[in-house]
Design a protein around this ligand. Structure first.
Ligand SMILES: NC(=O)c1ccc[n+]([C@@H]2O[C@H](COP(=O)([O-])OP(=O)(O)OC[C@H]3O[C@@H](n4cnc5c(N)ncnc54)[C@H](O)[C@@H]3O)[C@@H](O)[C@H]2O)c1
Length: 416
């Protein structure tokens, strides 16, 4: 048996050798014959023209082949799975479907990271007024993630277990840019989210603000303080908008027997803050990084307390998971004057900026510091990140952003 296979293999090898030999003979003798039909010489015009035409055809063919290959390569590249941060596995009993409105914004995107890493399904709804796709690009395409371009002033019909309602411009230049829209987002938008929560029986957390205390006349501010707000001032669209959002939340809770949470958020900073939001931290860091004058509004003796964004996110998640319904302050009680902030940031960044006091801003609160006893008692929460650590991370972020900005600016000016 084995011998006959060997014989067959020998025959096949001989046949193969014969056919190769005849092919070589054909190539050499056949080609010569073709040449003899035309009898071209290298100086012949016709010969050169014919050769050029053949070469052009060959080149055209090669270009088409390359294009085909490139298209195939593109298709293959899209099939290569994107590398996502590793998320926990949750079984269907523990896995929640969570809506984050304003999830492409500064705070929202960090909250999305936290919820995704925990293994939940997250749906972001954003109209990209101040938010950016880039803030959540790390999750785009992930099976647990969905991004919906939608303005919450219009109703939304989806199925969810929890809603973190953060959509609203948050910095003065942004919310003053279109005050009517700011009010609509915080009133109509909040009604839409509360209505959605009622329809699908979801728990809802509203992102309120320390601005509901206005320019406070008690210090530090506990949740029991009713505030001191100018209802017709330039900040009213935001302050009063958030106050109505709180009122709506408790009206729905009482009337519809819903589970609600209200976080009164104090000044927060960290990576993914806007470059142009006009807030103290971003302003000072950007001025210091560019060796510009650091501008302090007013005397600089007004105080602020700033929390790092990861502390806030921990607080929001703890509040949602708690059984507590009344408003809870989330902020860092360590208070500094604006002058102190300017000096700290200047030292952290280095460079040779100077600090200058300019005219004060209308309705600028003089003191702002949270009383966080409630958050400590109810949620067992308090900020962990020190100012120096948080600021260093933020400075690093802005340094990269500036480089990126300069790079894209140079690139686009090259096209002009
Ligand atoms: N960052 C702070 O210091 C701070 C302090 C107090 C309260 N808050 C509250 O926290 C929330 C988030 O603030 P942030 O600092 O991340 O602001 P941000 O501007 O970075 O994020 C807000 C997000 O909401 C989106 N948005 C605005 N209007 C919308 C609309 N009509 N429909 C859909 N999306 C809309 C924006 O595009 C953006 O992505 C806000 O509600 C803000 O009032 C923030």
């Amino acid at each position: 048996m084995i011998q006959s296979i060997w014989k067959m293999k020998k025959v096949l090898a001989i046949l193969l050798a014969l056919s190769t030999l005849s092919f070589i003979v054909y190539l050499t003798i056949g080609r010569k014959n073709v040449g003899s039909i035309h009898k071209y010489t290298s100086t012949d015009d016709l010969y050169v023209k014919e050769k050029t035409k053949l070469l052009k055809n060959d080149l055209q063919e090669a270009a088409t082949k390359i294009q085909e290959l490139e298209e195939k390569l593109e298709i293959l590249e899209t099939r290569i799975p994107k590398k996502y941060p590793e998320v926990k596995f949750l079984n269907y009993l523990k896995k929640k479907r969570i809506l984050v409105t304003g999830g492409a914004g500064f705070v929202g995107s960090h909250l999305v990271d936290n919820l995704m890493l925990q293994g939940h399904e997250v749906i972001v709804v954003d109209n990209f007024f101040t938010g950016r796709k880039r803030n959540v690009e790390q999750w785009i395409g992930h099976e647990n993630f969905e991004l919906i371009h939608h303005d919450i002033v219009n109703p939304l019909f989806i199925e969810v277990d929890e809603i973190y309602h953060l959509a609203s411009p948050a910095s003065p230049p942004h919310y003053m840019q279109n005050p009517v829209k700011t009010i609509k987002t915080n009133t109509l938008g909040t009604i839409n989210m509360l209505g959605l929560a009622r329809r699908v029986n979801a728990k809802v957390l509203i992102a309120s603000t320390s601005e509901v205390y206005g320019d406070p006349d008690i210090h530090p501010q506990p949740e029991t303080y009713w505030g001191h707000v100018n209802p017709i001032g330039p900040r009213a669209c935001y302050d009063e908008g958030k106050r109505v959002a709180e009122t709506l939340t408790y009206a729905y809770a009482k009337q519809e027997n819903m589970q609600v949470r209200v976080a009164r958020i104090f000044n927060t900073y960290g990576p993914r803050m806007h470059m142009n939001d006009g807030r103290v931290v971003s302003n000072f860091i950007l001025q210091a990084l560019q060796n510009e004058v650091i501008t302090v509004y007013g005397s600089g003796e007004q105080t602020r307390s700033f929390q790092y964004v990861s502390d806030l996110v921990d607080g929001l998640v703890a509040l949602m998971e708690s059984n507590y319904t009344l408003p809870v302050n989330l902020g860092n009680p360590v208070e500094h004057t604006i002058n102190e902030f300017a000096t700290i940031i200047k030292q952290l960044v280095g460079g040779h900026s100077t600090i200058k006091n300019v005219a004060e801003v209308e309705d600028d609160p003089q003191r702002r510091r949270p009383d966080i006893s409630r958050a400590k008692n109810i949620l067992n929460w308090e900020p962990k990140v020190s100012l120096n650590v948080g600021l260093q991370k933020t400075v690093n972020y802005f340094r990269k952003e500036l480089k990126r900005f300069k790079h894209s600016h140079n690139k686009s000016s090259n096209f002009l």
